[in-house]
Structures are given as C-alpha cells and as structure tokens.
Design a binder for this molecule. Structure first.
Ligand code: ZN
Length: 282
C-alpha cells in the first residue's frame, strides 16, 4: 500500500440494517429512495463505503433483489457520488434461502463489497444466525465469480479460524477485509481489550474495520482509530447520538470524521478506499 494511504481511515455507513423499526428512530431510511438519499448525504459528509440492507413495503427486512436494484440505481444516479457500494448477504429474521441471500450479487454488477458472516451463532439468545459451511463455500465462490470483495464479518474470535481455513482452500482470497462486529449477545463483548486481541488473530496483510453496538459504538470507534483500523457507523448498529438523543446517519458520519481528524489522521476518499481494499476503481 502507498505510504500516503497509511494515515487514511475508511468510514463505512451502515444505514438501516434489517431489524430496527422507524418507531425506534424515525431517521432510519426504509424505502430505496430514502436509502439512496441517505447514502448520498453520508458520502457528502465523508463516508466512502455504504453498507446496504433492504426493507419491504411494511418496513420488514427483505432480500428482494429489485429493492437492492432500485436503491443502487438511486445512488448511482448522483453523477458526482463515487461511494463504494456494499450489500449484506445475511438474510432476514424470517427464513431466507442460500440463493435468496446471494441473488442480488449475481444480478447487480455495481455491488463492490458483500458481507460474509464467517460462522454460525446464537443471535441475542433469540434465533440462530445460520451461516453453514455449505453456504459459506457457495458464497465465497460466488463472490469470486462476480468480482465482489467479501467483507468478513467477525462476531467472535473463532470465526477468524474459519477465515484462515477458507483462505487455505481458496474460498476466500488474500488480502482479507475483516469487519469486527462487537457487542451482539452471542458474540464477543464490545471492549477495547477484545478488539486488541482480535487484531492479533488477523490473517497476514488483512485490512480491518470495527464497530460496537449501541453505547459501545464510541469506545470501539476510538479504539479502532487508535489501533490503525477503519470504522463503521450508522443506525444499523446504534440509533442514538448521545443518551436519549436519536441520531441521523449523517450525524454519526460527521462525528467519525471529527474523531479521525482530531486524532491526526485523515478520512479516505472512495478512490483511496478502493486502493486500500484492493477494489477496481470505478
Ligand atoms: Zn448489515
């Protein structure tokens, strides 16, 4: 990586996720039009990657490719906006088939990054977040076939062992891009100590980013900046700006920009982020 890029921090904006309803925070974008507008505003504020989930007309999570298509068309309709487009493969709370979780990556060539949840876990003691060996092998190979960079979502340290295995057998390629997702019950707690440990377990040459859920968002963001990582912010992970104050995605991006600059680093542009993540330029 070029020396000038070592001081650059990528901000990913995770706009809405699958679960949280608008009643919890009215600023969560739900429709493809709202999602595209919010992505554009987050890009203007300094985000270089947008992480997309879709909702159906009732606001429930959906893997409907036509919704992804519509939102991505909306983002790319802003001629000046070169934000990197990442999409989830995590499915919805209701059952999603393996094929439903991958279909949009096969149909929409503008998607540059796809999530790869590197193992199965009990999600919040509520349901099984199922990422079977069969699914992960299919997903890794589909990403290679369609030129999508896997974002390896790591909820617990054992998942890094899975990553190592999938690199060894060719399902994933080096250098890996890992996103540490901390603070979900069933995964690792969102503490700076856990983040430090996870960093020691990364594959060689890995690029990494991190976020904590809810109130843990702040300590993990500051720790990641201090430890040389990249950061993810957004209403998917945290709906408050401060205690009792509901955030917007733009406000959370703006605060990350300030934190990065106060630290003495700088915010990566999408062009720089593509270079850091080994993505082709637009
Ligand atoms: Zn997500």
């Amino acid at each position: 990586m070029r020396k000038e890029l070592e001081n650059k921090v990528i901000i990913t904006a995770a706009l809405c996720g699958t679960i949280t309803p608008k009643s919890v925070n009215p600023h969560i974008p739900i429709t493809p039009v709202e999602i595209a507008e919010d992505a554009y505003r987050c890009w203007q504020a300094g985000a270089s990657v947008v992480h997309l989930h879709m909702r159906d007309d009732e606001g429930q999570g959906t893997m409907d490719s036509s919704k992804f298509r519509e939102a991505i068309n909306g983002i790319r309709a802003y001629a000046d906006c070169d934000i990197i487009i990442g999409c989830t493969s995590s499915g919805t709370l209701l059952f999603s088939s393996d094929e439903e979780r991958m279909r949009h990556f096969k149909l929409i060539s503008e998607i540059e990054i796809g999530s790869f949840d590197a193992g199965t876990m009990n999600w919040s003691c509520n349901h099984v977040f199922d990422n079977s060996p069969e699914f992960l092998e299919k997903l890794g190979r589909a990403y290679q076939e369609h030129g999508v960079k896997p974002e390896l979502e790591i909820f617990d340290s054992g998942m890094l062992g899975n990553v190592e295995h999938y690199i060894k057998i060719g399902v994933l390629k080096s250098p890996a891009y890992c996103q540490f997702c901390l603070g979900i019950l069933g995964g690792m707690k969102a503490t700076p100590e856990n983040l430090m440990f996870l960093k020691t377990q990364l594959p060689p040459d890995a690029v990494w980013s991190a976020f904590g859920i809810g109130a843990a968002h702040m300590p993990i963001m500051y720790s990641a900046i201090a430890m040389g990582g990249h950061v993810r912010v957004g209403l998917e992970d945290n709906v408050y700006y401060s205690k009792g104050v509901k955030a917007t995605n733009v406000q959370l991006v703006e605060r990350a920009v300030q934190a990065i600059r106060l630290f003495g680093k700088d915010v990566a542009t999408p062009e720089e982020a593509r270079e850091i993540l080994n993505l082709p330029q637009l």
